[in-house]
Design a protein around this ligand. Structure first.
Ligand code: NDP
Ligand code: 8X3
Length: 258
């Protein structure tokens, strides 16, 4: 228990794959107490076991759907008081569904993206913020995207949800300023994760095409930068960081060699 109290606590949403999973590994390596979340229970359990064995770290998982407020509240209230003192929240869980022009968009896809990327982020933040306020300390890191900075063809609703993350990040920074809470937005370009498999609903070939002919970011690249941001002195905050593959200038121009 004494050792637990000397270490910082991080909650990472959406840690069953991709950037969230890489963040869990990075923070475990750096000896943090870790809470990981996601819907895929088996993956959460596998990651807990792996990181405990590899790094001898304190790690626990919460298995819930971020779109469901009652599940979010129940999961958070299941935490012991010690674990509720979250120092860093990474609002990472998110997804994209489809790549259709606005007139052909599927309403169910729109709702899934809005419920996950915007409402889910708010539901989790609402659980974590009161404790940060009471301690006048904390750091919220929101996963935006280059898609929230530049709208691209057929990206419509996904881009809108990430613009909302951009806006909410600014809003949090203003509203939480007086409580000494840092708020950071991370906006990556193409990262090779399960993101495109989810976008193309399991079509692996369509997903592979997204990353063909250039070197995309790896999840570990983003995790390394997020970890760096948490190592800065108390008086230093990174407000916003756009991370791109060297081969990608923006959402339109990628230097694809084949
Ligand atoms: P992945 O698909 O690999 O990971 C997404 C994570 O989000 C999974 O752990 C998934 O867990 C979780 N998640 C999705 N829906 C829910 C839900 N309803 N409830 C709980 N957890 C959920 O993609 P990435 O790692 O790439 O994505 C992470 C974040 O990074 C997202 O917010 C994405 O928008 C953003 N991003 C990604 C980029 C990319 O090119 N890959 C670029 C810019 C931003 P589970 O399915 O188990 O619930
Ligand atoms: C993911 C980046 O450009 O594929 O958010 O939408 S992009």
């Amino acid at each position: 228990m004494k050792e637990f109290m000397t270490k910082k606590i991080i909650m990472i949403t959406g840690a069953t794959s991709g950037i969230g999973e890489a963040c869990a590994e990075k923070f475990a390596e750096n000896n943090w107490n870790i809470i990981i979340t996601g819907r895929r229970k088996e993956r959460l359990e596998e990651l807990v076991n792996k990181l405990k064995q590899k790094y001898n770290t304190e790690i626990k998982s919460l298995n819930f759907d971020i779109r469901k407020l009652s599940e979010v509240e129940k999961a958070f209230s299941s935490l012991d008081n010690n674990w509720k003192n979250i120092d860093v929240l990474i609002n990472n869980a998110g997804l994209v569904k489809g790549l259709d022009p606005i007139d052909k968009g599927i309403v169910d896809d729109w709702e899934t993206m809005i419920d996950t990327n915007v409402k889910g982020l708010l539901y989790i933040s609402k659980q974590v913020i009161p404790n940060m306020i009471s301690r006048e300390s904390g750091h919220i890191i929101n996963m935006g995207s280059i898609a929230g900075k530049e709208t691209y063809a057929n990206g419509n609703v996904y881009c809108a949800t990430k613009s909302a993350v951009d806006s909410l990040t600014k809003a949090m920074r203003i509203d939480l300023l007086k409580y000494n809470i840092k708020v950071t937005e991370i906006s990556p370009g193409a990262v090779e994760t399960e993101f495109s498999i989810v976008r193309f609903k399991g079509d692996k070939q369509a997903a592979d095409n997204v990353y063909r002919g250039f070197k995309p970011l790896q999840a570990s690249d983003v995790a390394g930068i997020i970890h760096y941001i948490t190592t800065l002195p108390d008086h230093v905050n990174i407000n916003d960081i756009v991370i791109m593959p060297t081969a990608q200038a923006n959402t339109v121009h990628t230097n694809k060699l084949f």
